[in-house]
Design a protein. Structure first.
Length: 151
């Protein structure tokens, strides 16, 4: 059973500048154990990602290690969203994306087509519509001895 809580991470309201042409991103948060379920709505770009970034930073500080992100109400997303999620995953925390909007699907497809982040970028799990942390960097990159790591 998942219920909305007024945990310390929800008690803080952070005013933010949404930029000239960005609609603010509203965020609904539920917690269960050490897992947050977050449902942002609206646009998430480098101007509007701050409330999500602050929410996740506070959640991490309070010991949350799992995130379920429902993006069904996200109407636009750019690398600002990817940066926030990459920061979350970089420290070994779990991410599961559900109900991806078309905007988020396009963003993830574009991100998958480009080079993955060497510090734990997002990669899709085939067929289930979720994301997870990628392994830390390419394994075929030469190490300190100049030899490529075995696969």
């Amino acid at each position: 059973m998942s219920t909305a809580t007024s945990s310390p991470i929800l008690a803080h309201t952070t005013p933010h500048d949404t930029g000239a042409d960005g609609a603010p991103c509203a965020i609904t948060v539920h917690s269960r154990g050490n897992v947050l379920t977050i449902s942002p709505a609206g646009e998430i770009d480098h101007h509007t990602a701050r409330p999500l970034r602050v929410t996740l930073a506070l959640a991490a500080a309070h010991g949350y290690t799992g995130l379920v992100l429902d993006t069904s109400l996200v109407t636009f997303a750019d690398s600002g969203l990817l940066r926030v999620l990459d920061d979350w995953c970089r420290h070994g925390r779990r991410l599961r994306m559900v109900n991806q909007s078309r905007a988020v699907q396009r963003l993830l497809a574009a991100a998958a087509a480009s080079a993955p982040s060497p510090y734990g970028g997002l990669r899709p799990h085939p067929g289930d519509g979720t994301e997870s942390p990628a392994p830390p960097g390419p394994r075929d990159r030469p190490g300190p001895s100049g030899e490529a790591a075995p696969r």
